[in-house]
Design a protein around this ligand. Structure first.
Ligand code: GTP
Ligand code: MG
Length: 178
């Protein structure tokens, strides 16, 4: 097989997901749960960006996921903009138990798309569904998704609830598979 064919075949089967959102929303634990079925109570804040790879099968076809988990600290927000450019999909995560956090994540969205509209699937995920949610936070996120035509999900990196389902849904939408 020619090199270009090999590269294009591989890239067809590869989904690059950018995971961003306010600090403490649980991005690193969401990735850990997905990649290693593991959860940590005491994760350190991420510095910069961290990359994880995993193969996942959908309808018996194997796809490679590249998950780019970007630190939520303000000073790294330009990294979100940079990695968002060539992602297959971007996930904006917020802590569903915290009213202030969701504002941080929605502000990040506005910053990333301050001079262009999204040209890829966008997902908003409220994480920590194992704890009673903050109704205002979840309503804000749901309204934002409704206005923009984005999908909204709730997950728990702690129990694993919905983590794999969300990622499979992202992959299906990104790959155009039903
Ligand atoms: N109860 C509960 N706690 C969670 C969940 N996900 C993450 N946490 C906790 O929330 C804290 C922050 O989690 P991280 O995964 O480090 O958050 P992050 O979004 O990667 O944070 P930054 O790297 O600073 O951007 C840790 O104490 C985690 O144990 C969850 O689903 N449920
Ligand atoms: Mg982190």
């Amino acid at each position: 097989m020619a090199e270009e064919e090999l590269v294009s075949e591989n890239s067809l089967r590869q989904v690059k997901i950018v995971l961003c959102g306010h600090s403490g929303s649980g991005k690193t634990n969401f990735s850990l749960r997905l990649m290693h079925n593991h959860f940590k109570e005491d994760t350190y804040p991420t510095v910069g960006a961290s990359f994880m790879l995993k193969n996942i099968s959908i309808d018996d076809i194997e796809f490679k996921i590249i998950m780019i988990d970007i630190a939520g600290d303000e000073r790294y927000k330009s990294l979100v903009k940079m990695y968002n450019r060539d992602s297959s999909a971007t996930v904006f995560m917020y802590d569903s138990t915290n009213e202030l956090g969701v504002d941080g994540t929605l502000d990040l969205f506005k910053y990333v798309f301050s001079d262009n509209t999204p040209d890829k699937p966008i997902f908003v995920v409220g994480n920590k569904s194992d704890i009673p949610s903050n109704a205002v936070a979840v309503e804000k996120a749901q309204n934002f998704c409704q206005e923009n035509g984005f999908k909204h999900f709730l997950s728990s990196a702690k129990t694993g609830e919905n983590v794999e389902n969300i990622v499979k849904e992202i992959m299906k939408v990104s790959l155009g598979v039903d």
